[in-house]
Ligand binder design. Structure first.
Ligand SMILES: [Zn+2]
Length: 138
C-alpha cells in the first residue's frame, strides 16, 4: 500500500496508516545499524516527470506500471524518513555499486567545493568595457 504524502516530502516521517506505523517500529529497532532502504513505490508527484537521483545526481525517470501508475525508487533512512529518489541504473548497481558511486560523487563534490571556496576568496576582476567591446567586434 503506497503512501501518498503531500507537499515537500524531504525529511518527512512515515505516518498515516497502520502498516506504516508497524514498519516504522521495525526500522526503529534497527536504528543503530544505520541502513538505507530503497523501495519501489507509486510516485507521489503528479504526472511522470523525472526527478533528481539522490545517489548519482542525474535524473530518475519514473517506471511505468500497468495502468496509469508510475513507480519511483524511494530512498529511506532508518527512521523512515525520505532522502529522495534513486534512478534505475543506480538501483541496478546493487549495494556495493551504490556505495562506490556515492564515494566517487562525494569526492567530486568536495573538489568542486574547494574550487568554489578558492573562487570566493579571490578578488573578482571583471572585463573592462573596452575589452568587452573589442571582444565583440573581433
Ligand atoms: Zn542515479
Amino acid at each position: 500500500m503506497p503512501l501518498i504524502l503531500a507537499g515537500s516530502h524531504r525529511g518527512m516521517v512515515w505516518g498515516g496508516n497502520g502498516l506504516a506505523s508497524v514498519r516504522m517500529l521495525v526500522s526503529d529497532e534497527h536504528r543503530l545499524r544505520l541502513s538505507v532502504r530503497i523501495v519501489w513505490e507509486r510516485s507521489i508527484y503528479g504526472g511522470n516527470g523525472r526527478v533528481p537521483c539522490i545517489i548519482c545526481g542525474g535524473w530518475a525517470n519514473p517506471v511505468q506500471k500497468q495502468g496509469h501508475q508510475v513507480l519511483l525508487a524511494v530512498v529511506y533512512n532508518d527512521r523512515g524518513q525520505i532522502y529522495g529518489e534513486a534512478c534505475r541504473s543506480c538501483v541496478n548497481l546493487g549495494a556495493k555499486g551504490i556505495k562506490e558511486c556515492l564515494q566517487e560523487r562525494i569526492a567530486r563534490l568536495r573538489n568542486q567545493l574547494q574550487d568554489l571556496q578558492e573562487l570566493e576568496r579571490g578578488e573578482v576582476q571583471l572585463p573592462s568595457l573596452e575589452q568587452e567591446l573589442s571582444a565583440y567586434l573581433e
